[in-house]
Design a protein around this ligand. Structure first.
Ligand code: CDP
Length: 246
């Protein structure tokens, strides 16, 4: 074994399994575990807009580690095992369900446009939306019946997914509130391991919308999507606020 491709967790990184827009998954010496590496890249609008900044991978790894560990305290199952280096975490290998689960608390972006809701309107009840993960089709919105009909998930799995997504929303809403932040919306992905459904992927400002409670300052990837500037500064500030005691 070569010591220079091992992290602090002492897990040997082997072949690249999958390279995504902002992350790389590597096989390891343990067939049940992967290393998830956060890159400095940012993309938006289905990969058509690209950027990066130094330290972004480290910030996203730190935030995702913190939030996955936080969820474990509430007995929410995730693929997270351990943070292994500044930009890498060891995760359990899952059989991913190709559906993006979006939970929205506050109207913005397409929700505001489609339903003519004022940006920032607090929804009377959270909305859960499902999107098929397929870049070529442009991630079309689906409902649970599409998921059963096309064999992506069973009715029982979809029920469990919506229950866990609601629980995560409740946990994170009060977590961010205590830090002076508003959880506008976020996206989860789930995967199967044995008989269990676990949250996979990442929970970072790339996959959430978070605003400052007092000023409504956007503290997430919308700064990059809409060229609002100070992406690196704001990601750093958000990391400090998430990791603070609250
Ligand atoms: O279209 P609109 O921007 O209104 O909504 P969306 O793209 O469904 O985004 C809702 C939330 O899910 C945001 O916090 C996005 O950052 C996140 N999302 C994501 O992480 N990955 C995607 N492929 C799509 C959305």
């Amino acid at each position: 074994m070569e010591s220079d491709n091992k992290g602090e967790f002492n897990m040997e990184k082997r072949d690249l399994l999958y390279e995504g827009k902002a992350k790389i998954l590597y096989l390891t010496e343990d067939t049940d575990l992967l290393i998830q590496m956060f890159k400095d890249e940012l993309t938006a609008f289905n990969g058509t807009k690209k950027g990066s900044f130094d330290g972004k991978g480290e910030i996203c790894n730190a935030i995702s580690t913190y939030l996955f560990e936080y969820l474990e305290n509430y007995h929410v199952l995730t693929h997270f095992v351990s943070k292994s280096t500044d930009t890498e975490m060891v995760v359990k290998r899952l059989e991913m369900i190709p559906i993006e689960i979006v939970v929205r608390n506050i109207a913005t972006a397409n929700l505001s446009k489609t339903y003519n809701l004022a940006e920032g309107d607090v929804l009377q009840y959270p909305i859960i939306e499902y999107f098929l993960k397929d870049d070529q089709l442009g991630d079309p919105m689906i409902n649970e019946h599409h998921a059963y009909a096309m064999g992506y998930a069973t009715p029982e799995e979809m029920r469990m997914i919506s229950r866990v997504a609601s629980k995560v929303n409740a946990i994170f809403k009060s977590f961010f509130d205590r830090r002076g932040l508003l959880l506008v919306d976020f996206k989860l992905e789930f995967g199967k391991l044995a008989k269990n459904l676990l949250i996979g992927d990442e929970i970072t400002p790339d996959t959430c919308r978070i605003w400052d409670k007092k000023t409504n300052k956007k503290m997430d990837k919308d700064r990059f999507r809409y060229d609002m500037g100070q992406v690196d500064k704001v990601y750093n500030e958000l990391k400090d606020r998430i990791l603070s005691a609250g």
